[in-house]
Design a protein. Structure first.
Lengths: 876, 250
């Protein structure tokens, strides 16, 4: 029996290949994503292992609460550690050396005042003299451009990494302007350059500026955090292990009564944690790509199902003969399953190979859409291979299950009588289909009403279930839809058109499940189109109608920038006008309310000058003194359940990264937050922000120029401030809106490209089905040719069928996509998004699908046209 | 239920007892078999004849366990097929029955030898090599064993089918118009092989045919009309069969 199957497979190599392709692309997508993420992971592992080289233990503040959310690395919430802890650590037996470490924003400007910043962040740090240092990641380059180099030793000295020094065009002795997050920009003298862990290009492309420890503390820390460090680095004496060192340091901290606030960890753990922090940010990315890979696999499953259904139907006589000769049901199921297994394994193998080849183009694709990633040697882990094989093989097997069971139901009598496979009764299929659809819609409702991270998962599952349900139901409407689609053919009395329709509807189930693959692609594409159009329209409206701004400064690379920018703008206007400018800063932090961690926005007290954010009972004075504004439905305290807290004058206990829990006066209740850049529940004023948060950089600065300054002059002020700090876009309102809309488009473009995979697989499905159908109809095609159908007509007929199937699938997809898109956007109403349906764009999608169908029909049409008439008629 | 059963235990290899078969229901019901009772002796070659649509194929399918009777009972030896489960039927087909159909007898992707041994492989039995050789020589296929069905003539294909049916020494071989698609020379060969199998190997064969010449190779002819057994002829010749058919035909 096994041999029958293997012969069967080998006899149809082309079919095996076409069928595999459906799964190959999905598997390749998964493998490529995993290899890419692992590669990035290993790059960061190396960076942080190097950064912690020579560090045996790290002492740091205990984290006040665990920050959640993807852009919040956990260190953001850790308070600094003061100098006073150092003697305690140094006095511990087994400690050879200990000193403080800082890694904070510091932006180097080149000789023209332009910021030197790549895609990566810009850091300043403390560099200890030889013999005093703990870590040894930095290596001084002894001569640079012919001059002797030295480590910074004076308060005005700086050293740069080789890449930054090169791109600034600096020489030893040059003056270098550097700006900081919390202190004014300063000029330093370049005394030397260094390499980081043996590499010119420092921390994965970051720019590094090294100062003496005292200078680092002075310029990197906020004025109210002087005399503190991010963490302390400790080196052990010979013979003391990392864990021994950690335990001893913790013991002395405990003796000094500091253990509740500070902790020691091993150097290895510190490196791992830092690397994992970055990697957990990457994992969002990983998930994002994997979602598309799963979509591609899901579509592939439909095609596998379809191909196996068709081949089982075509092999009815043979299966009947096998049954008549004594093959058991198990043996028949087994033979189909074996075929699926071989297909799955071949597909997984090809997919894995293709996936590895795909990594570089994938990185390039993401780069083209603005997501720049560092590169390193490809990491193909055993896990990747296993996942690729399990996914590819499992999907194929599961998809072939129903056809295999149908094969087993072939009665032996089919060998003699030309009798179709006893199908599951139509009614049962439709009842199931209806059941799936209803369950899917119910799941969607649950997902949309519910909150939290599971909501997305639920909505995704709902979509999958609805796809299956609609695919099962769609044969019911295949015929009427095909009739409508081919109306032009009947008006034109085109026989080929009518034959195309008949062919497309003679087996509505086959047509429906072929169309289903495309349906999935189009549903997702139109869902994204609706979501994108709605988000864009809402954003544009918030900017147009609810924001007043002459200029908006925003980060170029999503990383926040120095508040020095806002200060430079204020100073710039003060120099040319006596009237005040309005400069509103926006920051992000995290705080804990009633046991849950929330994103907290920081706003300049006069923020209402630039955005329409209605606040009920706004006590301006209380807000400016450090009060909090609460969103009307803020969880967990407001909304229908807890109105008591949501009134001006009450207090709210919020726990901050620095300073612990504080009773904040509630200064007002926000009733419409659409115009705010972040849809957060709690907003505090920026007065005293540094007392509570370690993160002191701005995300946005909104500027209204003084009335007596011309737009031209104002532009000069703002642009110069932005240029001085780098990494900042300074735009007027219209430009800001347009560039953000362009960013939306860029993300949408990336999503479309990734979905194109799924659509492409669906088109292969159409090719496959048509090729198989034509093989099945060889005799009939011979007959048509014999009675005078020309090759051209024949081709037209086959392509017509392909177009009907493609358009049918895309229309189904459109309906589902609009339904889901509409529901999701409605549910996102509180996020300030209103529904917009891009009708023209959706129409274009359907037309494109039809054209794609035409292309998909090309190959099968050619094959049909080249059949030999006599042979075709003679075929049994 | 296997071939090791003592052959003398039951006189008949296959029996239909008051068997009826109705296709469809209500208005459209077709009574293909109408209370048929008929016995097929061991080691004999029996032909079933009758006009087109008289129920010959239906009777054969019911006897062979490919189809189920609506009422009445079917026995293979002493085993009641009409009461057997689907699993038991599979085993019966595998071990106790051989088939030769009019067309589509072979798996297109297997060569001649593989087609011959297929039922044994399905049952995971090793074919007896000497017996396999005997059969291959009997049907004269030695030089065609590695050919695929599409490389064989119609007559050769039917010879492969006969060899396959003989290989497991089944209780009965059922053949439905095995020569229906063949020219007279190929037909004669097939009929001679089957006769040879009955004479030399003691094989039981039940064959449906509408060709008096073919029926003349049998030991006995059973005549069907409108789903009923209407006549019987022992030791038929082409002439006596033609004569009987003329009388029934009207
Ligand atoms: N699957 C079926 N469904 C309905 N009627 C059938 C079926 N198979 C056979 N028949 C009918 O049963 C009768 C006997 O058919 P069959 O046994 O094939 O006749 P024969 O082989 O003698 O030509 C005929 O009237 C035929 O139309
Ligand atoms: Mg018949």
């Amino acid at each position: 029996m096994g041999r029958v199957t293997l012969e069967q497979i080998l006899g149809k190599k082309l079919r095996l290949l076409l069928t595999s392709v459906a799964v190959v692309l999905g598997v390749a997508f998964i493998a490529g994503t995993l290899v890419l993420t692992d590669t990035l992971g290993s790059v960061f592992d190396n960076v942080f292992t190097t950064a912690n080289n020579g560090v045996d233990a790290v002492v740091r503040a205990v984290q006040p609460f665990k920050a959640s959310g993807r852009n919040q690395s956990s260190n953001d919430t850790r308070p600094p550690i003061p100098d006073s802890v150092l003697p305690v650590v140094r006095g511990t037996p087994g400690v050879a050396r200990a000193n403080g470490s800082l890694l904070r924003f510091a932006l180097v400007q080149d000789r023209n005042g332009q910021a030197i910043q790549n895609q990566a962040p810009a850091f300043g740090l403390a560099w200890y003299p030889r013999g005093d240092n703990v870590g040894d990641a930095l290596q001084l380059v002894s001569t640079y451009k012919g001059a002797r180099a030295a480590q910074p030793s004076g308060a005005d000295d700086v050293a740069l990494d080789v890449t930054t020094a090169d791109s600034g065009g600096f020489r030893i002795g040059d003056r270098v302007q550097i700006s900081f997050a919390n202190t004014p920009p300063r000029r330093f003298q370049l005394t030397g350059v260094f390499r980081f862990g043996g590499s010119d290009n420092a921390l994965a492309g970051a720019t590094l500026a090294a100062f003496t420890p005292a200078t680092a503390q002075a310029v990197l820390n906020a004025p109210n955090q002087q005399g503190t460090w991010d963490e302390l680095h400790v080196r052990a004496t010979a013979g003391v292990s990392e864990t021994q060192l950690r335990d001893r340091v913790n013991a002395s901290l405990r003796r000094a009564g500091l253990r509740a606030q500070y902790e020691a960890i091993t150097g290895t753990q510190a490196a791992n944690e830092q690397s994992n922090n970055i990697k957990s940010n990457l994992s969002f990315f990983n998930t994002f790509l994997l979602v598309f890979a799963l979509v591609a696999l899901f579509v592939g499953a439909f095609i596998i199902y379809n191909t196996f259904s068709i081949t089982v139907a075509q092999r009815v006589q043979e299966l009947g003969l096998l049954r008549a000769l004594g093959a058991s049901e198990r043996q028949v199921v087994g033979s189909v399953a074996l075929e699926a297994l071989v297909t799955g394994i071949v597909a997984s193998l090809l997919g894995l190979g293709l996936g590895i080849l795909l990594v570089t183009p994938l990185r390039g694709l993401l780069g083209a859409f603005g997501v720049k990633l560092p590169s390193g040697p490809l990491q193909v882990q055993a896990r990747t291979i296993i996942v690729a094989f399990v996914a590819g093989t499992l999907v194929t097997l599961v998809a072939a299950l129903a056809p295999a069971r149908r094969a087993a139901r072939v009665s032996p009598i089919s060998a003699i009588r030309d009798q179709a496979v006893a199908p599951t009764s139509g009614r049962r299929r439709y009842i199931w289909g209806l059941g799936f659809t209803v369950v899917g819609v119910a799941l969607l409702a649950v997902g949309l009403i519910g909150q939290g991270s599971n909501a997305a998962l639920t909505v995704g599952a709902a979509a999958a279930v609805v796809f299956v349900g609609v695919a099962m139901l769609s044969p019911l409407i295949a015929r009427p839809v095909a009739e409508v689609l081919t109306l032009p053919a009947s008006w034109l009395h085109s026989v080929t058109g009518l034959l195309a329709r008949e062919n497309a509807t003679r087996n509505p189930r086959r047509t429906a499940s072929t169309a289903a693959a495309l349906m999935i692609g189009l549903a997702l594409v139109s869902l994204i189109a609706i979501f994108g159009a709605s988000a864009k329209a809402s954003f544009a409206s918030a900017i147009d109608n609810q924001t007043r701004a002459d200029f908006i400064l925003s980060p170029k690379q999503f990383s926040p920038f120095s508040p020095g920018v806002a200060q430079a703008v204020r100073d710039g206007f003060a120099r040319i006008s006596r009237k005040p400018a309005t400069v509103v800063e926006v920051r992000q932090g995290t705080g804990e309310v009633a046991g849950t961690v929330h994103a907290v926005s920081g706003l300049s007290p006069d923020f209402q000058a630039v955005v329409d954010v209605p606040v009920r009972g706004f006590d301006h004075a209380a807000f400016a003194r450090g009060g909090v504004l609460v969103w009307k439905d803020a969880s967990p305290l407001c909304g229908p359940s807890g109105h008591a807290t949501c009134t001006t004058g009450t207090t709210l206990a919020m726990r901050f990264p620095i300073g612990g829990t504080v009773q904040l006066p509630v200064a007002g209740v926000v009733t419409d937050r659409k115009a705010l850049p972040a849809q957060v529940d709690y907003m505090v004023s920026l007065t005293g922000w540094e007392r509570h948060f370690t993160q002191t950089l701005d995300f946005f600065v909104v500027v209204l120029k003084p009335a007596d300054v011309s737009t031209h002059q104002a532009d000069a002020v703002v642009s110069s401030a932005a240029r001085q700090f780098g990494g900042v876009n300074a735009q007027n309102k219209a430009d800001f809106k347009n560039s953000h809309l362009a960013q939306f488009d860029q993300i949408l473009g990336l999503v479309y490209v990734l979905l194109a995979f799924a659509v492409f697989i669906a088109l292969i499905g159409i090719v496959n089905t048509l090729a198989l159908s034509i093989y099945e109809r060889t005799r009939e095609i011979g007959l048509l040719r014999a009675v005078g159908m020309t090759r051209v007509q024949l081709r037209r007929m086959v392509r017509g069928e392909a177009v009907v199937v493609a358009v049918f699938g895309s229309l189904l997809g459109l309906v589902i996509g609009v339904g889901f898109g509409g529901a999701i956007v409605q549910a996102a109403h509180s996020q300030g998004i209103g529904l917009t349906i891009p009708v023209g764009q959706l129409a274009v999608f359907v037309i494109l699908a039809g054209v794609a169908g035409l292309l998909a029909g090309w190959l099968p049409a050619r094959r049909a046209a080249h059949l030999d008439v006599l042979q075709a008629i003679g075929t049994e | 239920m296997t071939t090791t059963r003592p052959p003398t235990q039951v006189a008949y290899a296959a029996r239909a007892v008051d068997a009826s078969k109705v296709y469809g229901s209500g208005e459209a019901a077709v009574r293909a078999l109408d209370h048929v009772s008929v016995n097929f002796e061991r080691r004999r070659y029996t032909a079933i004849m009758g006009p087109s649509g008289s129920g010959k194929s239906t009777l054969l399918h019911c006897l062979a366990g490919l189809d189920r009777v609506t009422s009445g009972r079917i026995f293979l030896g002493d085993f009641e097929i009409s009461a057997a489960s689907e699993k038991q039927l599979t085993l019966v087909r595998r071990n106790d029955i051989g088939f030769v159909f009019q067309s589509y007898n072979l798996i297109p992707t297997l060569n001649a030898l593989e087609n011959i041994t297929l039922p044994m492989e399905l049952a995971r039995h090793k074919p007896d090599p000497a017996w396999l050789d005997t059969i291959i020589d009997t049907v004269r296929l030695r030089d065609r064993l590695s050919h695929r069905p599409n490389q064989l003539s119609g007559g050769q294909q039917q010879r492969v089918a006969v060899a396959r049916a003989l290989l497991s020494r089944p209780e009965v071989i059922f053949a439905d118009e095995p020569t229906g698609n063949l020219d007279s020379k190929a037909s004669t060969e097939i009929l001679q092989f089957m006769r040879h199998a009955v004479n030399e190997f003691g094989q039981t064969i039940v064959m449906v045919t509408h060709d008096p010449n073919a029926a003349a190779y049998a030991d006995r002819v059973v005549f069907l009309a409108d789903g009923r057994t209407v006549d019987e002829l022992v030791g038929p010749t082409e002439a006596t069969v033609l004569d009987r058919m003329k009388r029934l035909g009207a």
